[in-house]
Design a protein around this ligand. Sequence first.
Ligand code: NAI
Length: 325
Amino acid sequence: MKIAFFNTKRYEKQAFEEANRDRGHEFLWIDLPLRAGTAPFAQGCAAACVFVNDQADAAAIVALAASGVKLIAARSAGFNHIDLAAARGVGIVVVRVPAYSPYAVAEYTLALMLSLNRHVHRAYNRVREGNFALDGLLGFDMHGRTVGLIGLGKIGACTAKILQGMGCRVIGHDPVSSVTGVTPVALPELLATSDIVSLHCPLTPETRHLIHAESIQQMKRGAMLINTSRGALVDTMAAIEGLKSGQLGSLGIDVYEEEADLFFKDLSETVIQDDVFARLLTFPNVLVTGHQAFFTADALTGIAVTTIGNISEFAATGQCRNAIS
Ligand code: NAI
């Protein structure tokens, strides 16, 4: 099958070429994000492979269908960037990678928590300047603290296990899933009792701005908020107000609601135009990274192998076990 890869980086190409070694698919690398205007570059391809910051909205999907695309293969777990109704409308099947390495994201979640708690990001810069003072670097023991996980699926469950190993009390809110040893609680109770709140649910119309001004007010004063899931789960303006008032003690985010125009690119020679994002970077108690929680060699291999497997299955049978209904 001929596959149009949108927005592919060098490190991904290698993993996909390796996964395709015995499969024989033909690749077309399109070094542009998927938009309605770039979709026609997929002309002649039966599949389009997209990542999280591609916008597979209705207009892009109609243009992909007009170019001959029959399958959209998301090389991600999340699929909030794909208009499933529009895909159904033009007969395009959408598949994804439901699980690759939940450990990658869970471990990175811990990296953000621990860095923020112990101010590793500040200490790193200080030491390089010859400043060995400890003022402002005071943290707390994770042992015995309450961590509230919103979403107890694959990543939430892995995160819970790591935290339990550190002696944290882990509570969770999930309408469907549960994890052994994690006390299930309603969302208001989770917000009110957690020293750290960490988000691990998908972005859907229901979870958009799940964390907003009111929910931040419901949190323990000075609590930490971590988001390694999807940016729009958090109302960023509300988080900024929470940080300014001290209600929010610290914020660690690997995702940002307007990240599509920023992340996965080197913008170091340009002026950032997003003032909300720029404001976030001014807080000493905010740690922002550019959607790298998934980024381990193991996860890249897992994503490539499953995506190529999905495409091969669809090519052979017209169906796929990882299709999103
Ligand atoms: P999963 O599907 O295994 O688990 C998601 C859980 O969230 C499910 O148990 C579901 O019942 C729960 N949920 C749904 N709505 C909820 C709500 N309103 N409140 C609480 N829980 C709710 O998904 P997985 O693999 O654990 O991934 C979670 C999210 O992590 C993905 O949707 C994706 O957005 C994000 N992600 C981020 C990555 C990164 O690099 N930063 C990489 C991979 C995933």
